[in-house]
Design a protein around this ligand. Sequence first.
Ligand code: HEM
Length: 483
Amino acid sequence: MFSPNTLYAFDAIVAILGLALLSRFIAARRKGPFPPGPKGWPFMGNALDMPTSHHWKIFSQWSERWGDIVYVTVFGQPMVILNSLDHATELLERRSALYSDRPQMTSIGKIAGWDQIVVLTPYGAQFREHRRLLSRYIGSHSAITKFAPVLEHEVTKLIMRIIRQPKALDQQLRRMAAAVILNVTYGYEMTEDEDPLVEIVDTAVTHFSELSTPGARLADMFPVLEHVPAWLPGAGWKRRAFAAARDTSAMVEVPYAMVRERMASGTAIPSFVSSNLEGDPSSEQQYMVKTTASVMYAGGADTTVSTLHSFFLAMTCYPEVQKKAQMEIDNIIGNDRLPTLGDRESLPYVNAVCSELHRWNPAAPLGVTHRLVQDDTYLNFVLPKGTLVTANAWHILHDPANYKDPFVFNPDRFVKSHGEEPEMDPRKVMFGFGRRICAGKHFADASVFLTCATILATLDISKAVENGVVNEPIINYGNGTVR
Ligand code: HEM
């Protein structure tokens, strides 16, 4: 039986939810015309149409019926899916002053604290300061060259580990991505075995990836649910968000405190954090530095690992591509040294392999959702303030209008030859758009190139054979903001 307290709490929640629904319903009755989309039900709108997994594929199918700009509402929350580069560029890039906010997410954002970390920070002063710090440190090709020694060192270690333990590939890729980013961000050198700091940051990032799909939680639709007591049956999401908050705090504070201590004892290795704490920074500056630092791992680790997994998968499934890339390396670099970042320009086919990885299976197929800050009109359609806007990168990168045979892994599409122009560079899409474009895109590009080139120069990748039987890989990507 429920106690009277529980029943009062239920009454209060039903009343709050009713009011929230009513206000959403009134808002949803705003006059259009809105872009086309599936017809919804009163109050709940398109809640039943919303996919529960592989959203990018369902959103892609919607475009066949509704066109490249699709409008839905979920309990009065307007959402727009952009299935073409033109729409994404016009709204998220050219009108980026209006479209650069992030969804206000109660669970992962407000309660778990991710709204303080740049990826979910609302558009405003804190966001601008975060971006300024990141841009100064990793915002250009030339800035990245100073990280070449760390990258080259960690990639060589990766090769040695893969040779020793090829079956632990996932673990090795994660280690490498983590080691590079933690070194660049905090001057941290990972221990050989299970690393305590990686454990801390990985746990926090896993919460983010799982809880940040827009609409995944009712509380993100109805921020009033934030006031629901965590002990109530059905409020498991809130208990999870509290657990995530502890992990977010550890991710921000633990490595930062380590750098402070090392700086005090004169043993700090130069890093993003140490370079921004020289002199006598105010407590506000310190806060900005530590919240910005934590996003480098959050934004960079899983995305890079996902892309490298795609690399191994592609090389397994397309041995002729692997051979061609290896031949280019042999011809240009030879056998007496490993590739470096400086070789990038002279390895067009290896570069094309990297581009094709980003196109074939983008790490973040829906990017990260933007939010519109005021009413707007576009192509005679009304887009209400607060609309969540998602560019479906996966669809754009698999649209036959943009790419010939889009499901085939074919790096040649990016090589200019026989008078044919290369197809569109996927980087125009898969790093996102406008003022929210990936802050680590140069870093990501450099580390993916160097890792792939070094692996091609040293290893052969092929299908596993067990008991004389060839294992055919199953291509099946998971869910989440980053796959
Ligand atoms: C292959 C690797 C990567 C991919 C595919 C990728 C992709 C993305 C995408 C799609 C976004 C959202 C853009 C938008 O909202 O329009 C993003 C944001 C972001 N990325 Fe990356 N990323 C990668 C690597 C990195 C790395 C290595 C770092 C840092 C070292 C990084 C830092 C960030 C940050 C800080 C944001 C948030 C930007 C903001 O909200 O203003 N990313 N990334």
